[in-house]
Design a protein around this ligand. Structure first.
Ligand code: GLP
Length: 235
């Protein structure tokens, strides 16, 4: 594990973006795993800036997003489809047919199986970007007694519903369910880039990186990942 402690959100975003840019320059056909939440917004901004300067070609990339809420349409501003479109996809030259986000609108079980097969058919994820939830969740893999391997449907933790309520007009509008890539798909990524910032994430990050490895702290399993890079800022 390599841990970069940096100073402030800007530096965290730049450092993480530099790592993703290096991955893309080394392999323009890379398969990227992408994350949502407030933490990666600055990373996407840096990628867009680089693209706008004519220094980043995203046309060869394939992307797989970690997760999506159940019950929101793709056009809903709170959906992760909408988030990814507005922060990244509509601003760079990623091909639409190479973008993948779990779609919980139809037969969820079938969708989950297809999602995992598609990742496998692309040779797995080269670099997976991850944020971390206040309770140690990654994607929407919530604390529990087992690690769920593949893409699956989850009941969101009460603490996650409360944490994510800040994005919704009414806390009751926060979906109670989501579809997320499982721990196996995440752990099979060749490299994992975990980003976090702020005092509020300090304790859970330390617990995840240096505490016991347990499904009660999903991110703790990342200690077993040989290609884990953490970019973290306390402020
Ligand atoms: C959501 C997402 C996670 C993300 C987490 C933290 O629950 N499913 O992928 O890591 O939020 O979000 P934030 O970066 O806003 O703290």
């Amino acid at each position: 594990m390599r841990v970069y402690q940096v100073s402030g959100y800007r530096e965290m975003s730049q450092r993480a973006a530099d790592l993703i840019i290096a991955q893309i320059l080394l392999n323009p056909q890379s398969v990227l795993g992408l994350a949502t939440g407030s933490t990666p917004i600055g990373v996407y901004e840096r990628l867009v800036e680089k693209h706008n300067r004519g220094e980043l070609d995203c046309s060869g990339l394939t992307t797989f997003n970690l997760d999506e809420y159940c019950g929101l349409s793709e056009e809903d501003p709170q959906s992760y489809h909408y988030f990814m479109n507005s922060h990244l996809f509509s601003k760079v030259n990623i091909r639409k047919d190479k973008i993948h986000i779990p779609d919980p609108s139809g037969d969820i079980e079938k969708e989950c199986k297809q999602y995992d097969s598609l990742i496998e058919a692309h040779g797995g994820i080269d670099l997976q970007l991850l944020g971390i939830g206040n309770n140690g969740h990654i994607g929407f893999n919530e604390p529990g007694t087992v690690y769920e391997g593949g893409t699956h449907c989850v009941d969101l933790d009460e603490s996650t519903i409360q944490a994510n309520a800040r994005f919704f007009d009414n806390p009751d509008d926060v979906p109670r369910k989501a579809v997320t890539m499982g721990m196996k798909s995440i752990m099979l990524a060749k490299k994992v880039l975990l980003i976090a910032n702020g005092e509020a994430k300090k304790a859970i990050l330390e617990k995840s990186l240096y505490g016991p490895i347990t499904p009660m702290v999903p991110a703790s399993v990342l200690q077993l990942h040989p290609g884990l890079i953490v970019v973290w800022s306390a402020d």
